[in-house]
Ligand binder design. Structure first.
Ligand code: ZN
Length: 329
C-alpha cells in the first residue's frame, strides 16, 4: 500500500515538472485540465506593480556573480561558508540579479539602471526580451537614470556594433562618477579582483558610455529627475552613487542600488562589499538609507537581490533583516 502511494506521488510530480497540462482542483469536486501558456524563453522576467499612480515594472537583465568573498570582504571565510550553506546557497559562487525598473510618470517612460548586457559575463542582456514581453522596444524609453557607472549598470547602453541601444533616451548619470570613471583614469586598486579584471572593468565603463556621451545629463544626488523620482545621496560604493525614491501620493519605493549586493551577506549580515571604494562612507550611507527604509516601512527594490528584488528592511537589535514582498498576481 505504501509503495503504491509513493508511486502515484512520483508519477504526479513527474507530470507536473515536465508537462504543460496539469490537473487542478475545481469547484464542485470536479477537476479541470489547465494548459499553461509557456513563454518561449522560460519564466517571466518582468514584474508589474504600482507606486500610487505610477506604473512600475521590474525588468530583469539576467544575472551576474562571482566568489562570495568579493561581496562580503570582511567576513571570516568559515563563517561566510556556513552562512551561505544555512541559506541554501552555493558556497563557491554568489549569484546577483540585475533588476532594472521601468516607471511611467509625467508622460515619460523612465528606465532606472540600464543593466549589464554582455559586459559582466554571458548571463546579462535579457532586458530587451523582457521589454518586448511587455510590448515595448528600446525606442520607447525616454529617459534612463543610472545610480552609478559600474559596467553592470551601464553595459546595455551600447549595442554590439557600438551604437546607442536606446536611440531616443536621455541618460542621467551622477556627475562625481562621470568625473572619476570617465573623464579620468581611475585608480581601481581598491577592488579585490585580479589586475586584468580591473583593467577590463574600467575599460567597460568608458566603452559602454561612449555612444551616449552627447546625450548625458549629469546630476548631483538630491536632484529630482522627474515628477515622482528623486535621487538620494549614497556615496561610498562609488564617488557619486545615488539611490532613488519613487513617490506618488502616500506611496513610496526606495531603490537601494548597490548599498547591498545580496541580502544574506549585506543585510541579514552586515559584511562590507569589496567593491566599495570608500568603505566607511559606504557603510554610513547604507545605515542612513536602511534606517529610513525600516523606520518608515518603505517598500524597497534591491538591484541585485533575488528577482524581482522587492521587500522591506526590518530593523533588528544589532542589524537588519530582509523580508521579501509577497508576489502579486
Ligand atoms: Zn551593481
Amino acid at each position: 500500500m505504501k509503495t503504491l502511494t509513493l508511486n502515484r506521488r512520483a508519477v504526479m510530480l513527474t507530470a507536473v515538472a515536465g508537462a504543460s497540462s496539469v490537473l487542478v482542483p475545481g469547484g464542485g469536486g470536479r477537476a479541470y485540465a489547465q494548459t499553461a501558456p509557456r513563454p518561449a524563453n522560460g519564466n517571466a522576467g518582468h514584474y508589474r506593480f504600482q507606486v500610487g499612480e505610477i506604473a512600475a515594472t521590474v525588468l530583469s537583465d539576467g544575472v551576474i556573480g562571482g566568489p562570495p568573498s568579493i561581496y562580503a570582504s570582511d567576513a571570516p571565510e568559515a563563517t561566510l561558508r556556513e552562512v551561505l550553506r544555512r541559506a541554501f546557497l552555493p558556497t563557491d559562487h554568489l549569484t546577483l540579479n540585475l533588476n532594472t525598473l521601468l516607471i511611467e510618470t509625467g508622460g515619460r517612460r523612465i528606465l532606472i539602471e540600464a543593466g549589464a548586457g554582455a559586459m559582466m559575463g554571458p548571463n546579462g542582456g535579457r532586458i530587451f526580451d523582457n521589454l518586448a514581453a511587455i510590448g515595448l522596444t528600446p525606442a520607447d524609453i525616454d529617459t534612463i537614470v543610472i545610480s552609478h557607472t559600474h559596467p553592470d549598470h551601464v553595459g546595455n547602453l551600447r549595442t554590439a556594433d557600438g551604437g546607442k541601444a536606446f536611440p531616443r533616451a536621455t541618460v542621467f548619470l551622477p556627475k562625481a562618477d562621470w568625473d572619476f570613471f570617465v573623464r579620468n583614469d581611475p585608480d581601481l586598486s581598491y577592488m579585490p579582483v585580479p589586475e586584468d579584471f580591473r583593467r577590463r572593468f574600467g575599460a567597460a565603463i568608458k566603452t559602454s558610455l561612449e555612444p551616449v556621451t552627447q546625450d548625458v545629463e549629469l546630476y548631483e544626488a538630491g536632484a529630482e529627475i522627474a515628477p515622482g523620482l528623486t535621487t538620494l545621496a549614497a556615496s561610498g560604493h562609488t564617488p557619486g552613487m545615488a539611490t532613488f525614491l519613487v513617490h506618488s501620493g502616500d506611496d513610496q519605493l526606495l531603490l537601494t542600488a548597490d548599498l547591498a549586493y545580496h541580502p544574506v551577506v549585506n543585510v541579514d549580515n552586515s559584511w562590507l562589499p569589496g567593491p566599495d571604494r570608500d568603505k566607511e562612507t559606504a557603510l554610513a550611507s547604507r545605515r542612513r538609507i536602511f534606517d529610513r527604509a525600516a523606520a518608515d516601512r518603505i517598500p524597497v527594490l534591491g538591484f541585485h537581490f533575488p528577482f524581482p528584488g522587492l521587500g522591506r528592511m526590518l530593523k533588528t537589535d544589532d542589524a537588519y533583516a530582509w523580508v521579501p514582498a509577497n508576489w502579486q498576481f
